[in-house]
Write a protein that binds this ligand. Structure first.
Ligand code: 5GP
Ligand code: ZN
Length: 144
């Protein structure tokens, strides 16, 4: 197996290495899922690739695909184990978006009616012109 990418200063790398304890629910050769130590709801789980990549935008496609493949099964298990009605799957990217640990991770947050989490976030509006301008800019970035 190729040597894994690790950052000695990263708390999730320490968790993955076992030097900080965690409550693990799933392990593969490339990713680990463990319970969040400060859960938004009981059963709040973090899916974390073993390799250290700072955020989702830096995650190699192959590793993102592996994590994506694990998410449906994890969601089913977490929902069933917590009797939740649904879940939010969230990835925070950057401080401005609430990312506090710079090792990419997916939150799976079980949801039940009346729980303390509030969705939707405040929504805005767009004009056809603005949507067209933004889509053109994003397509150009994707093509570059
Ligand atoms: P972020 O804010 O970066 O999207 O999410 C980081 C998450 O990691 C938070 O939900 C926080 O509760 C969780 N967390 C931080 N430190 C630890 C820890 O030492 N152990 C575990 N299990 N979770 C942690
Ligand atoms: Zn790390």
């Amino acid at each position: 197996m190729a040597e894994s990418i690790s950052d000695p200063a990263c708390i999730f790398c320490k968790i993955l290495a076992g030097s900080i304890p965690s409550t693990r629910v799933l392990e593969t050769d490339r990713a680990v899922a463990f319970l969040d130590a400060f859960p938004l709801n009981p059963g709040h789980t973090l899916l974390v690739p073993r390799d250290h990549h700072a955020n989702l935008a830096e995650l190699p496609d192959e590793l993102a695909a592996h994590c994506g493949e694990l998410l449906p099964r994890l969601c089913r298990a977490i929902k069933a184990a917590t009797n939740a009605e649904g879940a939010n799957v969230v990835v925070n990217l950057g401080r401005v978006a609430g990312q506090t640990v710079d090792h990419v991770h997916y939150h799976i947050i079980p949801r039940s009616p009346g729980d303390p989490i509030h969705w939707p976030w405040p929504q805005g509006r767009t004009t056809p012109e603005e949507a067209a301008r933004l889509a053109t800019a994003i397509r150009a970035e994707l093509a570059s």
